[in-house]
Design a protein around this ligand. Structure first.
Ligand code: COA
Length: 179
């Protein structure tokens, strides 16, 4: 059986019930973990904490915050492994940009590991430009690249545009979707 179309993926605000699922994705995605950051984010920047939902499952999340008067910072972004490469990362970014924009922010910025080519490709595709390198930004000594996107130059999309690849996810994938 094949899912039909993108309607099965929904981007919405994080709710406290999502906490466990988000922590699961965090644990499979990152080597550095900070569970407390998530509730803190929810309390401080709830409107900028979004999740991607497939049926009743959380398959990805993005967290952002207002860094200063003009800048929204993408703090964290991750998609469940089985659901990567289907446009969900792009959908989450696009949705967070909409929140930044409605908060009258002018730029989106983020930092990414130099070795994280998948994420760097995604950010470049979304229009981020590398600005400078933060030497030994991460606790393991890896450098970080600071990237920036001007929101007035970004063309917002109907999420269906990103979700085209989702049409090809089969039920075999969801059978593997065990917690
Ligand atoms: C980075 C991440 C969020 C991307 O999410 P995703 O849902 O797989 O991304 P998308 O499907 O929206 O991919 C869009 C673009 O990302 C890039 N990309 C995706 N998978 C890739 C891969 N395996 N190799 C290289 N580039 C890749 C491509 O540019 C792709 O566009 P294209 O399909 O038109 O070529 C996801 O891989 C992830 O959760 N990684 C682990 C956590 C992480 O590294 N987070 C970022 C921290 S800064």
């Amino acid at each position: 059986m094949t899912w039909s179309g993108s309607m099965n993926i929904r981007i919405r605000n994080f709710k406290t019930d999502d906490f466990e699922d988000v922590l699961y994705i965090e644990s499979e995605s990152f080597t550095e973990h900070n569970p407390f950051a998530y509730m803190h984010f929810y309390e401080m920047h709830g409107d900028m904490f979004l999740v991607a939902e497939y049926l009743d499952f959380i398959v990805g999340f993005i967290m952002g915050y207002r860094l200063n008067e003009t800048e929204g910072r993408v703090f964290s972004l991750a998609v469940r492994e089985e659901f990567q490469g289907r446009g969900i990362g792009a959908m989450l970014l696009d949705s967070l940009f909409k929140v930044f924009y409605s908060n009258l922010l002018k730029y989106a910025t983020l930092e990414v590991r130099t070795s994280n080519l998948k994420a760097r490709n995604l950010y470049r595709k979304m229009g981020f430009i590398p600005c400078w390198i933060e030497k030994e930004y991460y606790s393991d000594g890896e450098d970080g690249i600071i990237m920036k996107l001007k929101l007035s130059s970004y063309r917002f999309h109907d999420l269906d545009l990103f979700a085209k690849k989702i049409e090809s996810i089969s039920m075999r994938d969801s059978e593997r979707f065990d917690k």
